[in-house]
Design a protein around this ligand. Structure first.
Ligand code: FE2
Length: 385
């Protein structure tokens, strides 16, 4: 993120007082249909991804469009208060009623004045392993999902994982959708659906529109395999989203000691010139009990977890929750501070990226299409004698 050159003030200008002015934060991977359901009806006691899916499967039985709408609106308010204006949400479509998707499509229009929403048709319980899974994906796209999702590592067999990726890529190409796959979200080093996704993207020339989320298994691949894999990843041009707080919580659960971090190779992808960004994934759901909409908190944790606290990383750290995320979401000319683009921007209570992350700087002003949608007074501390 670059600092902008000051311009001559006019009467109705906002004085940022040398503070950082940046494009809005982006939340590129969250599950708004699941937010604020932790413990309903039971808590995830093992802390694993798979128990999370089982707990959600219980809660899903009581999901309605209105229940989804209310919880999503509460989460969107948290995101707004933290300067987020662009969100990609995965919505579980392994539910024959598709009630959550219906609810979120209504929310998308309702919140357009504060946040741009991209909706992913996400097959939480599988495309091939769930009854009618393929048909539900097609219905979801026809109802208006913007992005096609997947979960190949959760399918019953390796072959089903591969065929699910081929199916979802074909579906996306046919309907002109973007793609964002929960890919290899496991510590199993044999989970290698990323290479299938990247090759499908490369052959179809769709790399810029394709994102691999999580890719936790890459944290367990050996270097010889990764050396070969990175050549394909680079050629494919696909994007990566890592959810460091979520993954370090859910992964490493089958290890004793030493315990793996369960996080993909964020720094290595970045060094290789591959686009990668951070996301929070959850706010208080069956997979992750915390979360508050503050993406700067995720950046802070991600920089620690991924060994990215060198001086140069800190100097450009906001890229991982702004520009890189915008690229993954294909926001193009709808993002960034430049003439002719939407007047969306933040004033952050910090002078640069390094200080923003160190001090966990608050967003003081959030401007959207030229209107102030959120303002906050800088914190005041007093010391009574
Ligand atoms: Fe996710």
């Amino acid at each position: 993120v670059r600092q902008n050159t000051p311009v001559a003030p006019a009467a109705d200008d906002i004085d940022a007082q040398q503070r950082l002015v940046i494009p809005p934060f982006v939340e590129p991977h969250i599950h708004l249909d699941c937010v604020m359901t932790a413990g309903q009806p039971e808590w995830n006691m093992s802390g694993t991804l798979f128990e999370g899916i089982a707990r959600w499967s219980q809660r899903k039985k009581t999901v309605t469009a209105e229940d989804t709408r209310q919880r999503a609106l509460a989460a969107i308010a948290m995101l707004r208060d933290n300067g987020v204006q662009h969100v990609r949400t995965h919505i579980d479509v392994t539910d024959p009623s598709l009630a959550a998707l219906e609810g979120m499509l209504a929310v998308k229009a309702e919140v357009a004045h504060i946040i741009d929403l991209q909706i992913v048709a996400f097959p939480q319980e599988g495309i091939e392993s769930f009854p009618g899974g393929r048909e539900l994906m097609v219905r979801a796209v026809e109802m208006g999902a913007d992005v096609v999702g997947g979960i190949p590592h959760f399918e019953n067999t390796r072959d089903q994982g591969v065929s699910s990726v081929t199916f979802l890529m074909e579906l996306a190409e046919r309907y002109g959708c973007m793609v964002d796959v929960h890919c290899d979200e496991t510590d199993d080093p044999q989970s290698r659906f990323l290479e299938v996704l990247a090759e499908e993207a490369r052959v179809r020339g769709m790399g810029a529109k394709v994102t691999a989320s999580h890719t936790c298994a890459m944290g367990s691949y050996d270097n010889a395999y990764c050396y070969k894999l990175f050549r394909l990843l680079k050629n494919s041009g696909i994007n990566f989203i890592s959810c460091p707080t979520e993954s370090i919580h859910l992964q490493g659960r089958f290890d004793t000691w030493p315990k793996r971090r369960g996080v993909t190779r964020v720094a290595e992808l970045d060094r290789a010139g591959i686009n990668v960004c951070f996301a929070q994934d959850s706010i208080q759901d069956p997979w992750y009990p915390l979360g508050n909409g503050n993406i700067l908190r995720v950046l802070d944790a991600g920089l620690h977890i991924c060994h990215m606290m060198g001086y140069e990383d800190l100097q450009r750290s906001l890229d991982f929750i702004t520009d890189n995320s915008a690229r993954a979401l294909c926001l193009g000319d709808n993002y960034g501070i430049a003439e002719g683009r939407p007047a969306n921007l933040l004033i952050l209570d910090a002078e640069n990226d390094y200080e923003a992350v160190r001090r966990q700087a608050k967003v003081l002003t959030s401007i959207r299409h030229g209107n102030i949608i959120m303002q906050r007074q800088p914190e005041q501390i007093s010391y009574p004698a």
